[in-house]
Design a protein around this ligand. Sequence first.
Ligand SMILES: [Zn+2]
Length: 869
Amino acid sequence: MNNMKKILFLFSASILMACSNVDKEPKTIVDNSNEAVVEEVIETPTERPVYREAETILTDLIHTKLEVNFNWDLSRMNGVATITAKPHFYTSDSLILDAKGMDISAVSLNDKALKFAYDSSFLRIQLDKKYTRKENYTVSIKYVAKPDERTVGGSAAIMSDKGLYFINPKGEDKNKMPQIWTQGETEASSVWFPTIDSPNAKTTQEIFITVQDKFVTLSNGKMVSSKKNADGTRTDHWKQDLPHAPYLFMMGVGEFKVVKDTYTHPDGTKMDVNYYVEPEWEPYAKSIFGETPKMIRYFSDLLGVEYPWDKYSQIVVRDYVSGAMENTGAVIFGDYVYKNDRELLDENDQSTIAHELFHHWFGDLVTCESWSNLPLNESFANYSQYLWDEFRYGKDEADFQAEAEMDGYFQSAQMSGYHDLIWFDYDDKEQMFDGHSYNKGGRILHMLRSYIGDEAFFAGIKNYLQTNKFKPAEFHQLRIAFEEVCGEDLNWFFNQWFLGSGHPILDFSQEIDAERSVVKVTVKQKQNLELSPIYKLPIQMMVCDANGKRTEKVVVDQLEQTFEFPFNGILKCVIYDQQEMLLAKVRENKPQEQYIFQFYNSHKWRTRRDGLMQGSKGKGAAIEQMVLDALNDPFWDIRITAIEKAVKLEGDNKTKGLTVITDLAKNDPVSKVRAAALNFLNNNSENNSNIAIYTERIEKDSSYLVVTTALRQLGKIDPDKAMGLAKELETEKSSKMMSGIAQLYGAYAGPEAMTYFEKALKGNVLQGFDQLGVMNSLTFYVSRQEPEVIASSFGIYECLKSNSGFYTQMFLPQNINFLITGFESKLEELDAEIEAHEKNKDAAYADQARKLKKSYQDLLDQFNTLVQE
Ligand SMILES: [Zn+2]
């Protein structure tokens, strides 16, 4: 399951009326001293602490067979579930299944009816006799699933727990292909079939899906047959012989196009890798998903465990309730992955594709035994994004993204609080899907890899997978798998990172003793010790002197420690964490020339970026030269940082810098760099020459990011010209382009742009996040207009309220309230104006103001109806 990035993105960047993000770093309670006295407070507990134990296994599921068909008019599913099971250990004559909000009409065993009790949550079946753990039995349950008739819950990662979704089932919305899909995680599969809906259950499965012949179906496993029925319907039979957890069951139905691809196993056998997309996206399916076979190969090799399942299909659905979901061999994505070839130049979704694929080992093959152990699934899936970036785009890119992941954890923890990674006392299992289980866990795995080394790390993972395959696991099993390989007791590592909360806050400083040719590096741990432990942190420092570079391995494990390193000649630099692996907030202190040195001499992104950032403080020839050199750096993020720092350039260097940046704006291979250069030029060079550059980019650049950036910048200089050029781009069938145009119109356009907003927001090109962005632009736009124009926007908001994406719905009230606040202050203004006119006896003016007031009052009343119900 993957949604963290999107959620954080929402809170951090895209929102029109976002509140300021106050830094709530835990306060340091311990000062610099080694002998800090923490007063011991012994609280007498009044009740036992909560402990979320794994579900007790009473029954082993063995096989689940489902026969289903759909009632599209009522959004219901008719089903027969035939479940083979046995007592797990203790002899039993009952079977208890999760079954949520169903109608259950009959339960039988060998065609004999069985007694059952059903309370809308649990189905308790009285078996015909007592069974021992050596005896299998098979029961058959006839039922109707009614997902739309239940009250729903959800979480940050998964917005709903309906389990089974009928999207536009009656075809009333011409812009949305009718479809059915499922979302099991966490415990919603039991809305569409009776099962033991727990991650520590596993079962093989087969599903017979009967649909109208025009529909394509998808489920887990292989399609073993597809037969036309006498009534014109067709029944597809999907079967998976390898067991997996019920939350991974999947069904998809719709008029999808299937774009076929292939993966070849090392033994030469072929496996289907298919992409299910809506017809208009068929030409782009391979551009979007085409690296999948390469990814399967890479991960299989890296893990030493070949991809274990029958096939790998990926499907894109509408109105999805999360980012993506790792249903075994049948992965679902939200429609944000639909990108045409031009859009893919700016951004692709390979991270999410890798994430879901990696779950096929971590989650699907070995499954967390309880939601408290969810990091066993999500931390690995998160870390796969690093592994793929490292392989596909290089270490700089991987490290760059890793820092964003770490920031995601910091943000998530600030918003929702700190807790242990393996979290046994959550209030609600849905809380597990946060920046801890994903981002923090991913970074922890990276620290472990940095500590024990690549060979031991991947051997440990292989051991874990082979030992626990097709079984549930808890985090101790992971620790033991690594311990077996590397021979070291790793409890210290797992205790502080898996069973602890928070993160180190580290303060590094150095003192150079030139006389003795020694540098003293002091490290202080400043985290809140009520929240976090004193960490043990094996760190590799790099010392650079006349002899070159050397690595010094140290173990930081006290509140304050000083390490002494001799140097030869002049000390050139100390890099405190040369592996760039620490999950920590780090403050460091060193002479500026060391930063300039590390910019030129390190081979790692963050060290070089920090070198450029910190080394360019102040003024001087060396600094200006570094900025100029960084503009030509091989890694794109360093070039962008250099563009930001180019304001430092003066005189001849400024001229040189502008020449380079103008060239980057036109010719840099990375669109983000071209866009950054365009932004820089507007603030730092002549408008006249910029108009030509912006116009050229708008007309010629292949990247929508560059085109929309140029539009925005041109808008600042010459809004009419920018809008004239935007007009010609209105027909581009790209969500990103539309959102960029909307931003321009939001800031500058007059009444005539309302039709553009209407078309965009009522059409089907805009994807979830862009739809939200366009709505935000509309709100800016509307807030600048006269009452009649504002009134004409009401219909659009009304339409968005009844039919729009999840995020648009989520932020619609904020947008409406923004307008309402505007109306209210306008009314106050007009009251004051009327009073002033009356005082001056300007009856005509007063009358005019009163009329205007009436218009705003009407708007207020009208827009209030959108938020009041
Ligand atoms: Zn995931």
